[in-house]
Design a protein around this ligand. Structure first.
Ligand SMILES: [Fe+2]
Ligand SMILES: [Fe+2]
Length: 146
């Protein structure tokens, strides 16, 4: 059984995909509505799927060894995800009203910080705390979803 691919590596790939999509949305939010709408729909779908995967397939298995630190990290992560999902919802209703999105740039910056938090703190801690069996199980779930 190959252990060469880690949860972190898989999710970094997905983070790159999302970063390209938000980059594209930022560009297209300065064009016409239809073009922006198509970019938004794709980005929204991929980002919601990503967060669903993280919350339902990955972090539910997190049993931190260092409980104090672990339980500080999870509420922070949830807070950030809620902010992201809220923004998506607001944008979704703007789009329904045929409004152009403004300030995609700030959201893009937020996503970069969120990604760094996950890649530098959350995922390394998570992987430390998992057995190979648990990792295989999670990787299989990720592959179903992303
Ligand atoms: Fe996330
Ligand atoms: Fe993520």
């Amino acid at each position: 059984m190959s252990e060469s691919i880690s949860i972190l590596e898989l999710m970094i790939k997905d983070h790159c995909k999302l970063e390209n999509l938000v980059e594209d949305l930022e560009k297209k939010s300065k064009e016409d509505f239809e073009t922006m709408y198509r970019a938004f729909t794709k980005f929204e779908w991929e980002l919601e799927k990503h967060i669903f995967t993280e919350e339902k397939a990955i972090f539910t298995s997190y049993n931190p060894e260092d409980v104090a630190e672990g339980y500080k990290m999870l509420p922070e992560l949830t807070k950030q995800h809620n902010y992201i999902l809220n923004t998506l919802n607001n944008w979704h209703s703007d789009i329904r009203k045929k409004k152009m999105l403004s300030d995609v740039y700030s959201f893009k910056e937020y996503l970069v910080k969120h990604r760094e938090f996950e890649e530098e703190k959350v995922y390394p801690k998570l992987e430390e705390s998992l057995s190979d069996e648990e990792k295989r199980h999670i990787i299989a779930k990720i592959n179903e979803l992303v």
